[in-house]
Design a protein around this ligand. Structure first.
Ligand code: KIV
Ligand code: ZN
Length: 388
């Protein structure tokens, strides 16, 4: 089969990087339910856990591997034989297993986390890939803290692990440090300078410490990466990971980028709610794509423009992400077009004079009440019913 050069593989780590957030821990049945939904969403790879980290995580990887058929099931390890053995064992029922092993690549990590040298770390990286490759064909290597790593050293490491058998090379901006053009240039440098880079897929894995995770992921894809890692709702360590729904909808909205995924975007909203409730992690109302206000129009100027042509204020159709529908929220900032829209919906087609009176009464009410509902609107026009 010919490989489509514009296809972006979606690697979901909600159950690993997302689940390691304090308070977000899930039971194995909850993880299985989410994994099945991720399969329905169309993700290509599910990172199911870190089997060596605990017996519970080990068992979850085993059960997810049994429950899911199409996506690749991936297990995280450090560059330790024991971790890799645990991952191999946990993945034994996976139809498409992948081991995700790696080690720090920045001088900061090499010196202060591993108390080691660049040469020794390179050797450990290669050894880990070779060892994992003996049991599993599909090996992803992560160069932790690549966002702050020296680019020549990173390139050397990437070349060595590909030669050792890595099929995917993950270039994480572990600390969410990079600017989009810096991160994009890093990926471009690897693409252009690592001589065996065509034997592997470059993956982007960005954290959101400066709010740049999505922008950095897109910059990586624009510069040659073809796998993106992230989580639903952007949950993850500290400020979180790249939000998968954002990246996928950016690629869909900006078709000029020429990149596409296999994701059924209509499932985003429901999956976002499921993950939020199971992980006890509320979604901020203004969260892009899946926040409760993502398709709510509340100011008079916007409402007027939206009612004339929804595309004036809607670059994504709510139905494309499974969102119930766009809403025209009535507040004291709403105009009379929005009030008319709702009164029409309730079966009250007011003439110009009636609407002017209703609008003045509406403004008085809205100044004193935060959330206006249909009952409030019906009260505004109750006198019409008496007259009729
Ligand atoms: O952020 C990171 O560097 C990671 C690696 C373990 C892939 O999550
Ligand atoms: Zn991470």
């Amino acid at each position: 089969m010919l490989h489509d050069p514009n296809r972006v593989y979606v690697f979901d780590t909600t159950l690993r990087d997302g689940e390691q957030v304090p308070g977000c821990q899930l039971t194995t049945p909850e993880k299985i339910e989410i994994a099945r939904e991720l399969e329905a969403l169309g993700v290509d790879i599910i990172e199911a856990g870190f089997p060596a980290s605990s017996p519970g995580d080990f068992q979850s990887v085993v059960e997810i591997a049994k429950a899911v058929n199409n996506p690749t099931i991936c297990a995280l390890t450090r560059a330790h034989k024991g971790d890799i053995d645990a991952a191999v064992e946990a993945l034994k029922y996976a139809k498409h297993p992948r081991i995700h092993t790696g080690i720090g690549s920045s001088d900061m990590h090499i010196k202060t986390k591993f108390n080691s040298t660049r040469e020794e770390i390179l050797e450990r990286a290669v050894d880990a890939v070779k060892y994992a490759k003996k049991s599993v064909e599909d090996i992803e290597f992560y160069a932790e803290d690549a966002g702050r790593a020296d680019i020549e050293y990173l390139a050397k490491m990437v070349e060595a692990v590909i030669a050792a058998g890595a099929t995917v090379v993950n270039i994480p901006d572990t600390n969410g440090y990079c600017l989009p053009d810096q991160y994009g240039s890093k990926i471009r440098f690897l693409k252009e300078n690592v001589k065996n880079i065509d034997k592997a897929i470059i993956s982007v894995h960005c954290h959101n410490d400066l709010g740049l995770a999505t922008a950095n992921s897109i910059a990586g894809l624009q510069n040659g990466a073809r796998q993106v890692e992230g989580t639903i709702n952007g949950i993850g360590e500290r400020a979180g990971n790249t939000s998968i729904e954002e990246v996928v909808m950016i690629l869909k909205t900006h078709q000029v980028l020429g990149l596409h995924t296999n994701i059924n975007t209509q499932s985003f909203y429901e999956l976002s709610r499921l993950i939020s409730s199971q992980m006890r992690m509320p979604v901020q109302p203004n969260k892009a794509i899946v926040g409760s206000n993502a398709f709510a129009h509340s100011s008079g100027i916007h409402q007027d423009g939206f009612l004339k042509n929804r595309e004036n204020y809607e670059i994504i159709r709510p139905e494309d992400v499974g969102f119930p529908s766009a809403t025209i929220v009535l507040t004291a900032r709403s105009g009379r077009h929005a009030l008319k829209f709702h009164l029409d919906r309730l079966g009250h087609n007011l003439n110009k004079e009636e609407l002017a009176v209703a609008y003045q009464n509406f403004l008085k009410l809205a100044d004193n009440k935060l959330n206006l509902d249909d009952n409030d609107l019906l009260t505004l026009v109750a006198h019409r019913l008496v007259k009729q």
